[in-house]
Design a protein around this ligand. Structure first.
Ligand code: NAD
Ligand code: DAU
Length: 337
């Protein structure tokens, strides 16, 4: 494999993946296709934009002609599809764009990947396609898909299309389903960076419902190493769960952030719950560990402390992304909670 097409490579996980590939795999050329929505940001690629193995293209995964020309021009061997509308709360506000990008955009990529007989198509999915867990058990790759939000429904639809292309026409694919990521360059609409940002500004920290919802946190670099292993070592047609074995109540994570920043717990504000809020996610990663020998390398304590340090050292990045549209979003989303 020589040249890969990474979609959504100016977003949070995509940009971390692009940086990791450019740093650690000098024989690989990365074509990075990103629409630069509110969540895509070229500052996420700072220091790597002009890297000799990196070609950035601003564009939409729904634009078949563009995707086709990139694949031909750059002789792409594989696609890794990170591009998506990724925020559950936004999907509850405006589901249409989630169908456009997450379903129709994926379909566009699949048709071209098949036609061009690519070596591999890796679909970056999510544990949210499995729905919500009770107090016991973990999601395995055999757990039936049961998505609860428009976001997770769009991701589950995309997964099924990917599998259908493999089953019907032999597309060489893999699907990864990862738990909640955190780390540098995450847009502060997601819980961890939002809480860090608010705490730094001494603003209320809006905890949904009773704060006892559980997420299974994974440091973003570890997600990237897992995707790389899937791309380069997995048999086609395999689905892999990826998780850090780090289940935490939201409230506990918020308290850890406040403690690390030396801010008072009185900043915590309980607000109206997210409609249909999934109670608990927990991932069984034993398949990827056994088959591909993948392991997470960063503990939650270490990862959270690195993340907080990163946001403290990148106040300019944070100030840029929370200016303008973000303020409107925040008012719209939080004023009636
Ligand atoms: P993000 O919102 O930070 O980034 C998404 C990127 O996709 C942005 O750069 C955006 O500009 C780009 N994009 C959106 N629509 C596009 C389009 N039509 N064409 C081209 N580019 C487009 O998201 P993220 O958190 O980095 O998530 C990346 C992927 O990983 C998503 O597919 C998401 O479902 C999945 N995922 C995320 C998490 C998580 O915790 N964040 C966990 C598991 C899986
Ligand atoms: O599990 C993987 C998924 O994780 C990814 O597929 C999604 O793209 C990603 O956004 C994330 O979804 P969540 O909904 O779990 O993440 P979020 O950061 O939005 O919320 C984490 C938890 O924190 C969730 O229980 C809701 C809660 N929360 C969130 C926000 C933004 C709050 O209590 N207050 C908030 O302001």
């Amino acid at each position: 494999m020589r040249t890969i097409l990474v979609t959504g490579g100016a977003g949070f996980i995509g940009s971390n993946f692009v940086r990791m590939v450019l740093e650690e795999h000098p024989d690989i050329r990365v074509v990075n296709l990103d629409k630069l929505t509110y969540a895509g940001n070229l500052e996420n690629l700072e220091g790597y934009r002009d890297h000799p193995n990196h070609i950035f293209v601003k564009g939409d995964i729904c634009d078949g002609a563009l995707v086709e020309s990139l694949i031909s021009t750059y002789k792409i061997d594989a696609v890794i599809n990170f591009a998506a509308e990724s925020h559950v709360d936004r999907s509850l506000e405006e589901p249409g764009i989630f169908i456009e990008t997450n379903v129709k955009g994926t379909l566009t990529l699949l048709k071209i990947a098949l036609e061009k007989k690519l070596e591999r198509f890796v679909q970056i999915s999510t544990d949210e396609v499995y729905g919500s867990l009770g107090p016991e058990g973990k999601f395995t790759e055999a757990t039936p898909l049961s998505p609860n939000s428009p976001y997770s429904a769009s991701k589950a639809s995309a997964d099924m299309l990917v599998q259908a292309f493999g089953h019907s026409w032999g597309l060489r694919y893999n699907i990864t389903r990862c738990s909640n990521n955190y780390g540098p360059y995450q847009f502060p609409e997601k819980m961890i960076p939002l809480m860090i940002h608010n705490a730094l500004k001494d603003k209320p920290l809006p905890v949904y419902g009773d704060g006892m919802h559980i997420r299974d946190w994974l440091y973003v670099y570890d997600h990237c190493t897992a995707v790389w292993k899937v791309l380069t070592e997995a048999q086609p047609g395999r689905v892999y769960n990826i998780g850090g074995n780090n289940e935490k109540h939201n409230l506990d994570v918020v308290r850890l952030i406040l403690k690390a920043l030396g801010k008072p717990e009185s900043l915590i504000t309980f607000v109206k719950d997210r409609p249909g809020h999934d109670r608990r996610y927990a991932i069984d990663s034993s398949r990827i560990m056994a088959e591909l020998n993948w392991r997470p390398s960063v503990s939650f304590e270490e990862g959270l402390s690195r993340t907080i340090r990163w946001y403290l050292e990148h106040s300019e990045w944070l100030n840029h992304v929370v200016s303008g549209q973000y303020q409107d979003y925040y008012k719209r989303m939080y004023s009636n909670r």
